[in-house]
Design a protein around this ligand. Structure first.
Ligand code: ADP
Ligand code: MG
Length: 624
């Protein structure tokens, strides 16, 4: 009796369910399907690969290649679980040269999407098409199709709502796809890639050298940002590029490791590179690198995780040491021999260092001749410099008020008083301060602090923090004013990595709102026609890039917060730096403009811009 009511309960899962479970690991998001399809195309020996994406891959991903194609039988087999042409025995795992070998990807993808395959071998007259949906073959037959393979994946996760709901926004998912595309494109410069997004060409990458591929993907700027790395040993051959320390970014940007053509993640290898850069870049920045390791496949284990981006090395400590030495050597060479074969726009290069100087700490690259206070355009009559409330605060009241220009006073003429509005002028006259020009005393210490006197005591201004505040309020003021304030006309071309260009396109309106007249020029470059006046026109490319970096964190931004973020970042990039010697007019200008700000006391980042040593405190110190 009991036996009858307790039947055996263990069953083999149907294939479709087993595949779906495997898909959980192999296909986590549209980008994983993109990766697997691109890898298959490369394994098939393609020289031209086309990637087509719609709605961040959620509705459509298609990869078309001109590789070896599949026979009719293979076209059916390839969707079976553990069906692969790449290995036959476990021993083959020791000599893997292909990207795939687990035979899981297509089976997994076909279990969670609607897939259309068209494929033909060169030697065959006619090709094969096959439609499969949730692991079930819907149609199958001969078709006339070009040599190679096209796999179209529609409505990923159509039968797994939980997965679908777990996907992030299209912007985020698309970024994951781009990441995968970059990873593949960067290691196969010999293959031509075309990528379409929403029916528009996003990338067209011709076959070229490695260096050219890097530049095509990351932007022309990279021409002068890269240092080659090269090291051949018995154990491993290392090649690739590292970014010059001066261009290290605040966000983990371009960091790529490859072993035998496979993109891998490896925290320990990263450590080897990062320590070679130590002392050369600020603690909170990340070096760029694209490093290729070639070694005997028997020396690495790639069969750790279904995504195949994690590997174990047999001789890890040796590889670590060789890599670190190679990077150090490349950095050393770079500093000793400033002229590399990359100089296309050598004018942007860092000044050569003296022989004998070895690795030096990074320098802030400020154009020494650049004067942020220089008058660039005629002031426009309609523009009014914002008048601050705090200026009336007695703590800042000096005698005389520096913001009130007087005839004969150096403040009353020249660039400094350009933007002080005329009403103020008249008030000043009314106060009868015309003859007080000798009174104003201001000087700089340590090339960093501006020292003067306030109504309450000795005032010390941090020149950089103060200038950041001034630029920041100026930018946000431009945003508010309908006329958008006055503009400095400076048509310059800015070029970006495709990644940054994409982001800039997204945030173009935010930049425009802040007074940047920007328009797209194609090929990941933009023309900056004008910037808000008062904004120094120094490294604008770099400033925009840094601002974009901040947008990369996955925090949702509304127009307001994006603009504030941009304003903060840009004002920081373009501000006069600590350590810069200032002329008297420059100090006076900062002083004046600071107290025209709404919140003069703190920098946009929340640091103090000034301190006041009160007279009482002074008196106490002197025990008066
Ligand atoms: P794996 O790549 O691990 O072998 P996949 O599921 O990705 O497993 O692919 C299964 C098989 O289908 C491959 O081994 C290969 O023989 C065949 N295949 C897949 N994509 C292509 C392609 N683009 N061109 C030719 N053959 C392909
Ligand atoms: Mg594969």
């Amino acid at each position: 009796m009991q036996n009858q009511s307790m039947p055996d309960i263990i069953r083999l899962l149907p294939d479709s369910v087993a595949n779906q479970i495997a898909a959980g690991e192999v296909v986590q998001r549209p980008a994983s399907a993109v990766k697997e399809l691109l890898e298959n195309a490369i394994d098939a020996g393609a020289t031209e690969i086309k990637l087509i994406v719609k709605d961040a891959g959620k509705t459509l991903i298609q990869v078309v290649d001109n590789g070896c194609g599949m026979s009719e039988r293979d076209a059916r087999m390839c969707f079976e679980r553990h069906a692969t042409s790449k290995i036959q025995t476990a021993n083959d795992l020791l000599s893997i040269r292909t990207l795939g070998f687990r035979g899981e990807a297509l089976a997994s993808i076909a279990s969670v999407a609607q897939v259309e395959l068209r494929t033909k071998k060169v030697e065959d007259e006619i090709g094969t098409q096959l439609n499969i949906e949730g692991s079930e073959v819907r149609s199958h037959g001969p078709v006339s199709t070009p040599d190679g393979t096209s796999i179209l994946v529609k409505n990923l996760f159509f039968n797994v709502p939980a997965r679908r709901n777990f996907l992030k926004s299209n912007i985020s998912e698309f970024r994951y796809i781009l990441d995968e595309f970059y990873r593949v494109a960067l290691v196969h410069p010999d293959i031509s890639f075309i990528m379409y997004n929403q029916d528009k060409i996003l990338f067209q990458l011709p076959p070229c050298t490695l260096k050219q591929r890097v530049v095509n993907l990351f932007g022309n700027n990279y021409n002068q940002r890269l240092i080659p790395v090269e090291q051949q040993t018995e154990l491993v051959n290392i090649s690739g590029f590292i970014g010059k320390p001066e261009f290290a970014k605040k966000t983990r940007g371009e960091q790529y490791f490859y072993t035998n053509g496979r993109y891998i993640r490896n925290a320990s290898l990263h450590h080897a590179v990062a320590t070679a850069f130590r002392e050369l870049i600020p603690k909170d920045s990340f070096p760029a690198y694209i490093i290729y390791l070639e070694l005997d496949p028997a020396g690495i284990d790639i069969n750790i995780h279904p995504s195949k981006t994690e590997v174990n090395f047999l001789d890890f400590s040796d590889i670590y040491a060789i890599l670190q030495a190679a990077v150090k050597q490349a950095l050393g060479k770079h500093n000793l021999t400033p002229v590399l074969d990359f100089e296309q726009e050598s004018s942007l290069d860092i000044p050569p260092l003296q022989p004998g100087q070895f690795i030096l700490p990074p320098q802030i690259t400020v154009n020494p001749d650049y004067n942020p206070f220089e008058k660039k355009t005629e002031p426009q009559p309609g523009f009014r410099f914002p008048v601050s409330e705090s200026r009336k605060d007695p703590a800042y009241r000096r005698f005389p008020d520096p913001t009130v220009p007087r005839p004969g006073n150096p403040l009353a003429s020249g660039p400094l008083s350009d933007h002080i509005d005329t009403l103020e002028n008249q008030e000043g006259k009314g106060l009868g301060l015309e003859s007080d020009q000798e009174y104003f005393s201001i000087f700089q210490v340590a090339n960093t602090y501006i020292v003067s006197e306030s109504g309450k005591g000795l005032m010390i201004i941090d020149q950089q923090a103060a200038h950041e505040r001034i630029l920041y309020e100026n930018l946000l003021e431009t945003k508010k004013s309908e006329t958008q304030g006055s503009k400095t006309i400076i048509p310059v071309t800015l070029s970006f990595s495709s990644d940054d260009a994409l982001l800039l396109r997204e945030h173009l309106a935010d930049f425009v709102m802040l007074g940047f007249e920007l328009s797209e020029f194609g090929n990941n470059s933009f023309i900056l026609h004008a910037i808000p006046s008062n904004l120094p026109a120094s490294d604008l490319n770099g400033a925009v890039e840094k601002a974009l970096d901040l947008m990369k964190d996955d925090v949702p931004l509304n127009a307001e917060s994006a603009a504030v973020l941009i304003a903060k970042s840009v004002s920081k990039s373009l501000s006069v730096k600590r350590g810069k010697k200032l002329r008297k007019e420059e100090m006076e200008s900062i002083y004046q403009k600071l107290f025209a700000c709404k919140v003069p006391e703190i920098s946009p980042e929340g640091k103090p811009t000034l301190i006041i040593l009160g007279f009482e405190e002074l008196a106490k110190k002197f025990k008066v």
